[in-house]
Structure formats: structure tokens, C-alpha cells
Design a protein around this ligand. Structure first.
Ligand SMILES: Cc1cc2nc3c(=O)[nH]c(=O)nc-3n(C[C@H](O)[C@H](O)[C@H](O)COP(=O)(O)OP(=O)(O)OC[C@H]3O[C@@H](n4cnc5c(N)ncnc54)[C@H](O)[C@@H]3O)c2cc1C
Length: 423
């Protein structure tokens, strides 16, 4: 296919975090003309470490970004679980616990994708979609923006995250369920202090009343990414408060949390990247409009919450499949929508399953409950870290994989033949 033919297809992508730019990355290479509109006034900062695994890593390697990802590794050396007084219950090194070799800050990940798309994609910050009008006969999508601008595109892709508003504007919200998992989460940056304990670790502090604090290092910016997580069986509406009110709420809820809470509260007011959410999964019965001109991708389509640990992996791999199907069926958008569903839905359905009891068993009501839980975790940590298990682990994994091949091992489809020559 020649670039001039394909370049006629224009795509508006709403949302410039992970799924949006990952989709633009590929569409640019298939010869589409892409625009990303991001509601935030600049590339949105914030978030803690995320990692990329399985099909996510496969997609990253196909993008040629394996080394770029490694170069941005946070340098976190493992995960340490303590109580309020920093008594260590468990320490798991990289690769043998929650810390992976591919840990990268979410903001760094978004920046990596921004750098890879900024020359080919038109990025528009500080605006958002307010109306969507599919003109089926013309094969176009008319989009209105908050700025008052109106424009027409061949495709609209909504990558606005779990709370997507564009999903509704595009009438793709019918049957979409937002299923809360009963847990609040917040992330924000604070400076390192000389006395910061476990500086190079993912430091998880278990607190009574079903709360925890955790810190993760950002050596490049010389900051720590602080996070809080607490159980709340129903939404208390905190996610709708202003950032100032959310900061006050965190300070109030963690006032008795000891030195680790005090450090976080001390700098909370200065932080400018607070992200506060009542976690929920998005289950969408369909990801594309009937014309195949409007698609959902990333958390807007299938948010699994950080509890599944696959948010970024699903985003980059899902973006790869959506854009590949669009290229494969350049003149048949409905077939592209079908291909997207068929090739990707089974993996998403599998990935969205949260282990039984999570997140509730991770949080205890009392200090004593936390001690029991941490001691059990510590025993598990001992077994996981034991030489015996390390030695036979790879053999067991091989046998298991042979007997029960999982979705995770499925290789992504190949769309290389649809790549166009780039200037
Ligand atoms: C600030 C932030 C911090 C995060 N931190 C973590 C973390 O530490 N750990 C973790 O596991 N996951 C985190 N996530 C979620 C993680 O990025 C996603 O689970 C996953 O990568 C899927 O990404 P996504 O691009 O689909 O959605 P998201 O990452 O949620 O991004 C959606 C983007 O769309 C923009 N947007 C929203 N509405 C509109 C609109 N109407 N018009 C235009 N743009 C819009 C948002 O500003 C955002 O940039 C974070 C997300 C954000 C936004």
C-alpha cells in the first residue's frame, strides 16, 4: 500500500497516556494520519511504577522499545513489607516478588510513547471531545471539542481511561459496567529525605483499619512516589472532591499512621501530581460502534485495576491489535472491529480475573490482624525465596506450561505486511 493512499485516513485519539499513544505509534506506521487530544494541559505526570509482562513485552519488542524501556527502569531493588514502626516482615528481591525487572514509572512510560509519536502525531493538550456524531453514510465521524472547534475524521479512538466520558458521547456506554472492587488508591510524589527508610525499595507499610501506605523510588527525579490504599466497601465520593480536598482527606485518614504517614503528609500539600481513584473494573460488552468507525481501547474498554497488575501490558498489546486490524481491513471498518474482538477479547476476559479475596485479605482491621497476615506472607516469602524452589521452579514452570498452555503465552498476530514506508 502506498503512503499517499493510506494517509487519507484520519484518526482522532482521545486520551494521551498509554493506550492512546501506543495506538498512534502503530497507526502512524500503517500510514494513518493521527491526532491525539489530551484533556490535561500537558503530558500528564504522576503514578507509581508499572511493569510490562507477557504479551505487553511482546508488543514493546515489536515496537522496538525493549531497550528504551530497560533504560527507564526505576532501579527499585525489591519489595519490603513492614509494620507502622518499620519492623520488617518480608523482603523480596527483584524478580522474586512484586518488583519486576521492567518496572517503569507510569509518567516515564507515557513520556517514552510521547517521544516516539510526537513527530508523526499532532498532539493537542488542554482540550476534550464534547460531542460525537457518526455519519455512517459518509463513513465519517464528526467530533465537537470543548474549545468550540469541530472536525471530521475517518475514525475516533477513545483511550480516556476507566472514567471515560467520550465513551458516553460516542454512545458506546450502553451495557458498560463499572464494577468497584471496594478500595481507594492515591499516588503522589514527595521528595526523598536523608532519613527515608528502605529508600531503594518498594516499601509497603501495613496499617490497621484496612489501610496501607507504600513508597516507590524515583531516583532520576530524586523523589519518592507515595501511595495510599484503603478498603471502603462503598464509594464515599472522595474521588469527586477537588485535589485540595482530597489532600486534606488523605491527611485526616492517615493522621495516626506513624512516621511513614507523617513524612507523606508533610509534603502532600506541595505535590502537584495527585491521582486519587475509587478502583473499579470496566466491563464493556462491545468495544466498537456498529460502523467500526469508533473504538474503545485501554482502560476505557477493559480497566482491570492495579490489582491485576496488567494495565500497561493490556494497553500496549490491545493497541497493537486494534491498529493492526484497522490496517488489515483498511477499507472494511466493520471487519476490523470484528478482528479486534476476536483476537483480543479472550485475553482480556482472562486477564480481568482478580484472585479470590483480593484486595480485602491484604488489609486487616487491627494491628494484630496485620501481624498475623504479615507473618503468613513472610512464611510464603521464605518458601518462594528458598534455594530449593528457585532451583526446581523453572522445571515446574516448563511442565505446567506444557500441560496447561495459557492465554499469556499466546503470541500476538503479525501485521508486518501492512507497514508502509516512512519518510
Ligand atoms: C495520572 C495517572 C497515574 C496512574 N498511575 C498508575 C499506577 O501507579 N499504577 C497502575 O497500575 N496504573 C496507574 N494508572 C493507570 C494506568 O495508566 C492504566 O491502567 C493503563 O496504563 C491504561 O492506560 P490508558 O491509557 O488506557 O488510561 P489512563 O492511563 O487512565 O489514561 C487516560 C488518559 O486520558 C486522559 N483523558 C481522560 N478523559 C479525557 C477526555 N475526555 N478527553 C481527552 N483526554 C482524556 C487522561 O488525562 C489520561 O491522560 C495511572 C493513570 C493515570 C492517568
Amino acid at each position: 500500500m502506498s503512503l499517499s493512499t493510506a494517509a487519507k485516513k484520519t484518526v482522532l485519539i482521545s486520551g494521551g497516556s498509554i493506550a492512546g499513544p501506543a495506538t498512534a505509534f502503530w497507526l502512524n506506521r500503517y500510514g494513518f494520519k493521527t491526532t491525539i487530544v489530551e484533556r490535561w494541559p500537558e503530558l500528564r505526570p504522576g503514578g507509581q511504577s508499572v511493569d510490562v509482562q507477557h504479551y505487553g513485552m511482546e508488543a514493546i519488542i515489536k515496537m522496538g522499545l525493549g531497550q528504551a524501556l530497560k533504560d527507564r527502569f526505576t532501579g527499585e531493588t525489591g519489595t519490603t513489607f513492614t509494620d507502622k514502626n518499620n519492623k520488617v516482615y518480608m523482603n523480596l528481591p527483584v524478580g522474586q516478588g512484586p518488583t519486576n525487572e521492567t518496572e517503569i514509572l507510569r509518567g516515564d512510560f507515557a513520556d517514552m510513547l510521547y517521544q516516539e509519536t510526537k513527530n508523526d502525531t499532532e498532539w493537542v493538550f488542554g482540550d476534550y471531545v464534547t460531542s460525537v456524531n457518526e455519519q455512517e453514510a459518509a463513513g465519517k465521524v464528526e467530533v465537537g471539542f470543548n474549545s468550540g472547534k469541530k472536525d471530521t475524521y475517518d475514525y475516533l479512538i477513545i483511550a480516556e481511561g476507566a472514567r471515560s466520558w467520550g465513551r458516553k458521547a460516542a454512545s458506546l456506554d450502553q451495557g458498560v459496567e463499572y464494577r468497584p472492587i471496594g478500595c481507594y488508591i492515591a499516588y503522589f510524589s514527595i521528595p526523598f529525605e536523608e532519613s527515608t527508610p528502605f529508600k531503594d525499595q518498594w516499601h509497603v507499610v501495613a496499617l490497621p483499619r484496612k489501610r496501607c501506605i507504600y513508597y516507590r523510588p524515583d531516583f532520576k527525579a530524586n523523589t519518592q512516589r507515595a501511595g495510599v490504599m484503603f478498603i471502603s466497601n462503598e464509594s464515599k465520593g472522595y474521588e469527586k472532591l477537588s485535589q485540595q480536598e482530597q489532600k486534606a482527606k488523605i491527611a485526616e485518614l492517615y493522621a495516626d499512621g506513624g512516621e511513614n504517614a507523617d513524612r507523606m503528609i508533610k509534603y502532600l500539600d506541595q505535590s502537584d501530581d495527585l491521582y486519587f481513584e475509587y478502583l473499579g473494573q470496566v466491563h464493556a460488552p462491545k468495544w466498537s460502534s456498529s460502523s467500526g468507525r469508533v473504538h474503545l481501547v485501554g482502560d476505557a474498554a477493559w480497566c482491570g485495576t492495579p490489582m491485576i497488575g496488567m494495565g500497561c501490558s493490556l494497553s500496549v498489546a490491545g493497541a497493537y491489535i486494534l491498529s493492526g486490524e484497522m490496517a488489515k481491513h483498511m477499507d472494511d471498518p466493520k471487519a476490523a472491529a470484528r478482528g479486534y474482538e476476536e483476537n483480543w477479547r479472550p485475553t482480556v476476559t482472562e486477564a480481568q480475573k482478580i484472585a479470590p479475596g483480593i484486595p480485602h485479605i491484604m488489609f486487616q482491621e487491627t494491628e494484630w490482624g496485620n501481624k498475623v497476615f504479615l507473618n503468613i506472607m513472610s512464611a510464603v516469602g521464605f518458601v518462594v525465596g528458598s534455594r530449593f524452589v528457585q532451583a526446581i521452579g523453572p522445571i515446574i514452570t516448563k511442565i505446567w506450561n506444557r500441560l496447561f498452555p495459557s492465554q499469556e503465552q499466546k503470541t500476538l498476530p503479525d501485521y508486518e505486511q501492512y507497514l508502509v514506508e516512512r519518510k
